[in-house]
Design a protein around this ligand. Structure first.
Ligand SMILES: *[C@@H]1O[C@H](CO)[C@@H](O)[C@H](O)[C@H]1NC(C)=O
Ligand SMILES: *[C@@H]1O[C@H](CO)[C@@H](O)[C@H](O)[C@H]1NC(C)=O
Length: 567
């Protein structure tokens, strides 16, 4: 039997695999083969694709060992939030006596939560609260740091199994930590604030169901991760884009207190202040659209009807059409997540001011040209400098001609060496993301005893970056670039990554692995804590006092914080 696994291991009892020797690059401890950190890059695949078993509070799960990494996919962690459980806090599977019997085959990702797909229309399933695990060990005494990933997508789209957008075997091999990813309810299912929903709830609040799903996933990690080789007392929650906004929310939610020990906010929205009352009023459009006035009616809507009733094309839009643009005077995003008084009692800035936030070490980062993710919305690659100036004038003149002039002066460019794409994406990213995140990081740092580190990723790929179906190949420090580097994916999306590209990837991994373990950055990186300083991360780490201090002062002094990304 052992021979059929290609190594000297045997499944002794249902969920325990005992090894007596390991392949090169792994070390035997307590009958389990562990990947050697030192040699993992030389490690050869062993024991590919064999069943493995471990226990959760809800029963045994079967996963797979592939290339030295154990994976379990689609483990349910809540009762399906369907029918009367729609628009309610998620219900823990174990506490509600809803566990499976026998062994659960955790071999396939669960479905995405219901969402509107740009070409396929309504996709996904309301029964979507599943999680996935990739780990180098199933040894309960391994006590490895745990990284819990929250995907982005505007709180409207995507899922934990979006190809190319979640940690996988590659990430485990590169970093040696345990990874958990999960789905949470999105759009009208996850974030509908409405008075009629508040009235039916014990807390008299509504909305933020998606955040409650995230908290439940963290409780699951606390209760179960040991049997996946993880240390429940060493959990880092990290997310990108609206996943980053989620980490910021969890870091000020009393319901998430104690469930994680470090947080990494990558390109999260710095502005979070819409109240339940304001959102509930704006969301009345949802009732109009669905032709409903009461609870019975909205609970009988089909998933597709809910998607069609979402206020995505009525101001203030859920999913702003101006995400990639320079601020448009008087035009703001609609909020999905709200200061509801229960999950989020105070907006993050106030929570920090009043020292009401969870005191854990934080990393807060953005990328220098976030907007280079979306330049196809303007065909920016073909712009002339004249088009650039016209656009800046058109957008900023309504704020005052002096605003336009100052912005143009601050963002100097060399007509030959620079490009309109680079200059405009830098300007927009500062105005709506970088400067707001600097404000957030400084506020958090002043409040927390734990360290707060800020970075701006400045790496420019050595070749236009070809990411999945993106209709555009970013050339600058685009939204998501540093996360793909951390995942270890750069070589997968570049035909010929250079040494400089790989240095950026190695730097991201080295910093975050150390942070996850120790709660501080490696001393030799000299990365100053906020509010003393921050770091630029490219192929090298450059400690700085600040990034674009003068530019940020200009945007903040002139009220542009209010135009920051929301969600
Ligand atoms: C992990 O995901 C990346 C990016 O999508 C992919 O290219 C790579 O092959 C995956 N790794 C493994 C070991 O499957
Ligand atoms: C609401 O009523 C309008 C007009 O009768 C109809 O076009 C629309 O499809 C209805 N919406 C739903 C969700 O049933």
């Amino acid at each position: 039997m052992a021979a059929s696994f290609g190594e000297k291991c045997a499944t002794m009892v249902i969920f325990l695999t005992i090894c007596t020797s390991c392949i090169e690059g792994q070390t035997l401890r307590n009958g389990v083969c562990h990947i050697d950190t030192e040699t993992r890059s030389n490690r050869k695949d062993c024991s590919d694709d064999r069943p493995v078993f471990t226990r959760t509070e809800c029963g045994t799960v079967e996963g797979r060992l592939k290339g030295g990494v154990y994976n379990f996919k689609g483990i349910p962690c809540a009762k399906p939030p369907v029918q009367e459980l729609r628009w309610k806090p998620p219900v823990d599977l174990k506490k509600s006596d809803s566990c499976w019997s026998g062994t659960l085959q955790a071999l396939e990702f669960g479905p995405f939560c219901v969402q509107d797909h740009p070409s396929l229309g309504t996709i996904g399933n309301e029964d979507c609260l599943h999680l996935n695990i990739y780990t180098p060990s199933l040894d309960p005494s391994a006590n490895l740091p745990v990284m819990v990933w929250i995907h982005g997508g505007y709180l409207m789209f995507s899922g934990s199994s979006e190809f190319g957008y979640h940690p996988n075997e590659t990430t485990v091999i590169d970093t040696g930590m345990v990874y958990v990813s999960f789905n949470y309810r999105l759009n009208g299912f996850g974030f509908l604030a409405l008075d009629i929903l508040s009235e039916q709830s014990e807390t008299r609040t509504s909305g933020n169901y998606g955040f409650m799903d995230q908290i439940l996933a963290l409780e699951w990690v606390r209760d179960n991760i040991k049997n996946f080789g993880g240390n429940p007392d060493l959990v880092t929650v990290f997310g990108q884009s609206s996943g980053g906004t989620s980490v910021m929310s969890l870091s000020v939610s009393p319901l998430a207190k104690g469930l994680f020990h470090r947080g990494w906010i990558s390109s999260g929205s710095p502005l979070f202040e819409i109240t339940l009352e304001e959102a509930a009023k704006a969301n009345l459009v949802f009732l109009e659209r669905s032709n409903c006035t009461d609870l019975e009616c909205i609970y009988s809507l089909t998933p597709d009807q809910i998607i069609k009733a979402n206020p995505t094309d009525v101001y203030p839009y859920w999913g702003s059409p101006n995400t990639a643009g320079l601020p448009l005077k008087g035009f703001k995003d609609g909020a999905l997540c709200v200061v509801d008084g229960f999950v989020i009692p105070l907006d993050p800035l106030t929570a920090w001011q009043r020292k009401k936030a969870n005191d854990v070490p934080l990393v807060i980062g953005t990328t220098a040209q976030e907007i280079d993710w979306f330049p196809h919305t303007f065909d920016l690659n073909e712009w002339t400098w004249e088009q650039y100036t016209d656009y800046v004038r058109e957008r900023l003149d309504p704020f005052g001609k002096d605003i336009t002039e100052t912005a143009m002066t601050l963002y100097k460019y060399d007509e030959v060496k620079d490009t309109p794409e680079q200059t405009l994406t830098t300007m927009i990213s500062d105005a709506v993301m970088n400067c707001g995140n600097a404000k957030v990081a400084k506020q958090a740092a002043q409040s927390l005893k734990s360290p707060v580190y800020r970075y701006v990723a400045t790496w420019w790929p050595s070749e236009p970056f070809s990411y999945l179906g993106l209709p555009w190949k970013p050339r600058y420090a685009f939204h998501l670039s540093e996360m793909l580097a951390f995942f270890g994916f750069l070589p997968h999306y570049m035909s010929n990554p250079t040494e400089e590209d790989m240095k950026f990837q190695a730097l991201m991994q080295r910093a975050i692995v150390h942070f996850a373990k120790e709660g501080v950055m490696p001393t030799e990186l000299n990365w100053p804590e906020e509010p003393k300083g921050m770091a630029l991360i490219g192929s090298e780490m450059l400690p700085q006092e600040d990034y674009h201090a003068e530019e940020c002062k200009f945007w903040m002094d002139n009220g542009f914080y209010a135009y920051s990304w929301i969600n």
